[in-house]
Write a protein that binds this ligand. Structure first.
Ligand SMILES: NC(=O)c1ccc[n+]([C@@H]2O[C@H](COP(=O)([O-])OP(=O)(O)OC[C@H]3O[C@@H](n4cnc5c(N)ncnc54)[C@H](O)[C@@H]3O)[C@@H](O)[C@H]2O)c1
Length: 360
């Protein structure tokens, strides 16, 4: 597929680093509301910079890679679909259920594909853990814990305001990695319950940060503790926070009747998987997933699936479901009640151990 990059900011560098390894993708053009960002990528990649409208109207673009900030995901995805382009977008899928519904309607009307980050779950980390669970190494899965505990992105990000604006926060920002991983490991979620906290009205970028001393208003819950009931019966505990200075808690563990699998950081593609039995953990060699992968592998899988006439793994249904789970968590925290999740999705096809998403 010929790729039009939309949003040439911080994360675009990771995609640009992986794209040359992905044999079924070719970058052909770039657009950004900030011309200097588009020009810098255009120059480095030897491709034209276009306006956003020009990118959508380009005959040489098959898929728009939407790496803009969360608040622009839905409107730009819908506009790209209406212009006849497939779309692969960064997380979060949308900033509300209404936006997500509108994206599904646009994709259905257009008959085009939408794929959604995170594709980290296609790497050897989450996929090896899934292979262990699927072949019965931990017995019947019963529960999982997942912790994303940090002090906030204002310490390193050049433009951190969006993380504290509506549509940001640790749940919509980091939750997609954890919930996509939990859905990959344990299947879809049928209900949620949550509580949240937001101790500061304003965040200040610390000394040494790119925006040191600048303040950012907080419109979101910055700590969220939640329980997720999976359709299969397992129960996951998820805690996400931008208020934690230090923690020793593991990223994800899945507990079964006969063992535990320790899953690496779902914001990375690899990492060590360990199998725990009777108090000791043994590292597990890679059993499944794309080796040495990076951001963009999910788009390559979408291109392969499109050519083969098959469903792609980071599907519209998966992105929508994860987004609904996150929105229901916020609803539950606000209402103090258990909230059902309406949508369902299939667990994506497992990824066999390999290097090239164009092949498997
Ligand atoms: N930075 C990270 O480490 C990281 C990691 C994974 C995912 N993401 C996700 O990637 C997305 C982008 O994050 P980022 O860190 O690159 O942000 P960023 O602010 O560095 O870059 C976003 C780019 O999109 C452009 N943009 C915003 N609105 C636009 C619009 N309406 N039309 C055209 N261009 C527009 C901006 O000018 C900017 O160049 C977010 O959804 C974020 O959650 C970021």
């Amino acid at each position: 597929m010929r790729v039009g990059l939309l949003g040439a900011g911080n994360i675009s560098r990771q995609y640009l680093a992986a794209l040359p390894r992905l044999s079924n993708l070719r970058l052909v053009a770039v657009a950004d509301a900030l011309a200097s960002n588009a020009d810098a990528v255009a120059q480095a990649q030897g491709i034209p910079a276009r306006s956003v409208d020009e990118l959508f109207a380009s005959d040489d673009v098959d898929v728009v890679l939407n790496l803009t900030t969360p608040q622009a995901h839905a409107p730009l995805t819908i506009a790209a679909l209406q212009a006849g382009k497939h779309v692969y977008l960064e997380k979060p899928f949308a900033t509300s259920i209404e936006e997500a519904d509108a994206m599904v309607a646009a994709a259905t009307t257009a008959g085009l594909r939408v794929g959604s980050a995170p594709d980290t779950v296609l790497g050897t980390g989450t996929q090896t853990a899934r292979a262990l669970i699927d072949r019965g190494d931990i017995g019947q899965p019963v529960a999982a814990t997942a912790f994303m505990l940090g002090a906030g992105h204002e310490s390193w990000h050049p433009n951190p305001a969006f993380y504290y604006a509506t549509g940001g926060g640790p749940l919509l920002d980091m939750g997609p990695y954890y919930v996509t991983s939990l859905v990959t490991l344990l299947g879809p979620v049928e209900s949620v319950t949550a509580m949240s906290a937001s101790p500061r009205e304003v965040r200040v970028a610390p000394q040494g940060a790119p925006r040191a001393g600048e303040t950012f208003p907080v419109e979101v819950e910055t700590t969220v503790s939640t329980l997720l009931r999976h359709v299969g019966g397992a129960v996951s505990t998820l805690v996400v926070s931008f208020d934690v200075v230090a923690s020793t808690l593991p990223r994800i563990e899945v507990y079964g009747t006969e063992g535990t699998v320790a899953v690496p950081d779902p914001n990375t593609f690899g990492g060590e998987v360990a199998l725990g039995r009777q108090r000791t953990f043994e590292p597990v060699e890679n059993l499944a997933g794309y080796r040495d992968s990076g951001r963009g592998y999910g788009l390559s899988d979408l291109a392969r699936a499109h050519a083969a006439g098959e469903p792609h793994r980071q599907s519209l249904e998966l992105g929508y479901h994860v987004n609904e789970v996150l929105e229901r968590v916020l609803e539950s925290a606000a209402a103090g009640a258990v909230v059902p999740v309406r949508s369902r999705c299939e667990r994506p096809q497992p990824v066999p151990l390999g290097d090239d998403p164009a092949a498997v």
